[in-house]
Ligand binder design. Structure first.
Ligand SMILES: [Zn+2]
Length: 123
């Protein structure tokens, strides 16, 4: 581990949406907007950029669960198509909203812990 001992563990800190440097301040302003800096320790958040990372993981996890549930329902109960649409739609939207914030916080915290930054070419 190359993590500084005074920093909190990135996984629980990120999942809770807390500052990866101190674990106390909030990472988010609103639902998904990242604050410019930590209100407790002043850590600059402007370099954090998870890009499409959270969306990829949300789509992968949600797609697996929704497709698995649809297959299980079809083979077990053979429900009408409107039941499939209702269950899949509710599950897809609900899981996406539930997962996107913790996953964005997790990726920002892991990025901070690993000192990840934009790649540069050397001249
Ligand atoms: Zn902080």
């Amino acid at each position: 581990m190359n993590r500084v001992a005074s920093h909190p563990s990135p996984i629980p800190t990120g999942l809770r949406g807390r500052c990866p440097a101190c674990g106390e301040g909030h990472l988010f302003r609103g639902f998904l907007a990242v604050r410019p800096a930590c209100e407790v320790c002043g850590q600059d958040f402007s370099r954090f950029d998870s890009a499409d990372g959270p969306a990829f993981f949300v789509m992968s996890i949600t797609g697996f669960v929704v497709a698995g549930t649809a297959l299980w329902m079809e083979f077990a109960y053979e429900p009408p198509i409107w039941v499939h649409a209702l269950v899949a739609g509710t599950l897809a939207i609900g899981l996406s909203l539930l997962l996107v914030r913790p996953l964005k916080g997790l990726l920002a915290a892991v990025q901070f812990a690993n000192k990840a930054e934009q790649g540069r070419f050397r001249a």
